[in-house]
Ligand binder design. Structure first.
Ligand code: HGA
Length: 648
């Protein structure tokens, strides 16, 4: 998705902005641009289609410098990727704007502005913002007031950075629905879509709240809250948070691709997800964080300088949960699907899973006692965030509209919107994930979901009986990083296997039970980065249609751990073989499947059936990675895709 970097410094800002754009490349984009106010007071701009490198080429030809600037990587939503559509957008050579999001009422605003004599040079929705700001400036407003007046007229989602040629000592940012952070430096301050963009210049950030604006001057940062009927701006204090990861954590290290680095990091990050969250009795409820305004915060929390969860209240809340509604998108949705099996079998709680973009646009009924659980790597996924806001609105409207007990976000980014706006959160601690195809974020989500499942089981138990299943699961969870390490040792074998896929156009993935979502995730990974069409089916569905597709050109990947469904899966695989299908089976050592003509067996380390989805996800990640490398695709930034999906 689009990335914004902007700043005001005592030195030339252009190199900082370009480095920031490089650091945002992982989000996916199609063009890039930068504008500065140069020492002569001129507004100067450069834009290029394609990679940030293309923009750098332009800048080599015609360098820009200045102490204030705005820069952008664009992932087109309105108007094709073309130089004239790339941001920054200007108005009257006076105002420069970069934008992330969608202005839904842009057509009406464009009509109005054209009527007032403004000439548009792009097809984007963003350009209306530049002209609207210009019009407000012409009417005599100062830049913060002008931006405020404009944002009050915008429908949709946006993060904006705006500067004005006449005032090279003022940079204004605004957020509503799209992420924006302020980087706090020494005598220099910045705005960006993601802290990662600014790590070379600062590790201190202010996460703007929904509706906040920020004015940056050489004197410092002023966060402004829109109050009253949104015409008034009131200065507010927001906490400055230190970024918890090192600059290196966001680098590629010794690896050729971020994706491989992130796959290989899994044993270490899974240990981090588990660290300090287990004690001999079970899951420590202190692992769950509460948001600023949650009713679950301990009364004495503020004294400790940090909101802490009230364990007794949380135990009661978990004991009251009668149903879990899981909402997510993409890979996170698959993690949610696995959790449904766990919640029902381990915690005895009915669970539903739905993609956010469907859930938010339908009428629905919340059963009493529903825990609303969202999953998102970034915590900024537009649809998931909107679904959360939707149910919060429903709760405010009263019980007749259906009442959700509480909201819980499982997320990788502390300080993200989802974390701040949910009652509770459980951080996955996966560290920065840069590869567009999610790997470590997925497996750490699964571990966090298992912790949640066990916490719910604990709260429902009477605390007296010796809970054998919980004890066993806790023991196996502790051993999980080690098992994942063993499964990474399959890398060489899988790299060879990948050759059998590189010339194929289609692949079928099969799984049963909690491995069905893993088959779905395997298929998603393969299509995302190798562009091979891949579909996943619950193996029992084979006869109901997909069997018609099977021939020697259709590789079939099956996930076969040792569980109750093993014999049934074996029959499904026979059905594939009988029709000449090529089988690639990822199987438990105890599954007596013989490799032979048309049957390739990869033996995956033995693991208990509950944790098997986490372990089997890993070889499928490796498979898609190696196929993509053989095909020569852009592994970390696959075409058309974006990492943090901040527009709907
Ligand atoms: N709508 C704007 C910005 C798109 C965006 O935020 N993508 O992530 C455009 O199309 O330029």
């Amino acid at each position: 998705m689009c990335g914004i970097v902007a700043g005001l410094a005592q030195r030339d800002i252009s190199k900082i902005l370009i480095e920031g754009l490089h650091r945002l490349e992982y989000r996916g984009y199609d063009s890039a641009g930068v504008a500065v106010i140069d020492p002569a007071g001129e507004l100067r701009r450069a834009r290029a289609v394609g990679k940030v490198r293309a923009l750098e080429d332009e800048l080599r030809e015609a360098p820009l410098s200045g102490a204030i600037g705005v820069a952008h990587t664009r992932w087109a939503t309105h108007g094709r990727p073309a130089q004239h559509n790339a941001h920054p957008h200007l108005s009257s050579e006076r105002v420069a704007v970069v934008h992330n999001g969608i202005i839904e009422n842009h057509e009406a605003l464009r009509g109005e502005l054209e009527g007032a004599g403004y000439v548009f040079t792009s097809e984007t929705d963003t350009e209306v913002v530049a002209h609207l700001v210009d019009r407000e400036l012409c009417s005599g407003l100062a830049l913060p007031e002008a931006v405020n007046a404009v944002t009050a007229r915008l429908d949709g989602a946006f993060a904006l950075a705006v500067m004005e040629q006449r005032n090279p000592e003022l940079l204004v940012g605004a957020r509503q629905g799209s992420p924006l952070v302020v980087g706090v430096g020494i005598d220099e301050h910045f705005i960006a879509s993601d802290p990662l963009a600014l790590l070379p210049v600062t590790d201190r950030f202010v996460y703007l709240d929904e509706g906040d604006m920020v004015a940056i001057t050489p004197a410092g940062i002023q966060v402004l809250e829109r109050t009253g009927d949104r015409d008034e701006l009131t200065p507010v204090t927001r906490e400055v948070v230190r970024y918890e990861h090192s600059v290196e954590a966001a680098g590629k290290g010794e690896y050729r691709h971020f994706m491989m680095k992130e796959i290989m990091e899994q044993p270490r990050v899974l240990s981090r997800t588990l660290a300090e969250r287990l004690d001999p009795q079970g899951v420590r409820l202190e692992a769950f964080d509460v948001s600023r305004h949650s009713f679950l915060a301990a009364d004495n929390g503020a004294e400790k300088g940090k909101q802490v969860v009230d364990v007794a209240r949380l135990t009661q809340l978990f004991a009251d949960v009668r149903q879990v509604q899981i909402i997510a998108c993409g890979t996170s949705y698959h993690a949610g699907m696995v959790a449904r099996y766990w919640l029902e079998e381990v915690a005895g709680i009915p669970a539903q899973v739905e993609v956010a973009s469907e859930f938010r646009y339908r009428e629905r009924v919340a059963a009493p006692g529903t825990l609303f659980l969202t999953l998102s790597q970034s915590g900024e996924t537009a649809d998931t965030l909107a679904a959360l806001r939707d149910i919060q609105k429903l709760n405010r409207e009263g019980p007749q509209a259906g009442h959700y007990l509480a909201s819980l976000a499982i997320c990788n980014v502390a300080g993200s919107s989802l974390v701040r706006e949910s009652d509770l959160s459980l951080l996955t601690h996966a560290g920065p994930e840069i590869g567009v195809a999610s790997t470590k974020a997925f497996t750490t989500q699964l571990v966090a979901l298992m912790l949640t499942t066990l916490a719910l089981r604990q709260a429902k138990g009477d605390g007296q009986t010796d809970d054998l299943l919980s004890r066993q699961l806790l023991m196996r969870l502790k051993d999980l990083p080690h098992v994942i390490e063993q499964s990474l040792a399959l890398d060489g074998e899988i790299a060879q296997l990948a050759e059998k896929f590189m010339h194929r156009h289609h692949t079928l993935f099969l799984g049963r039970g909690s491995q069905y979502p893993i088959a779905m995730e395997g298929a998603l990974k393969l299509k995302e980065i190798s562009y091979i069409h891949a579909e996943a089916y619950a193996a029992g569905e084979l006869k109901h249609g997909p069997l018609a597709l099977i021939d020697e050109d259709m590789p079939v990947v099956a996930v076969a751990p040792m569980d109750d469904l093993m014999e049934k899966l074996k029959s499904n695989l026979q059905e594939v073989r009988a029709r000449g299908g090529q089988l690639f089976v990822f199987a438990d050592p105890e599954v007596s499947l013989k490799a032979g003509e048309g049957v390739h067996v990869v033996t995956v380390p033995g693991v208990c059936r509950f944790l098997a989805p986490i372990v089997y996800a890993v070889p499928l990640q490796l498979l898609s990675y190696h196929v993509a490398v053989l095909k020569g695709t852009d592994v970390d930034q696959p075409r058309n895709l974006a990492k943090s999906v901040t527009v709907e």
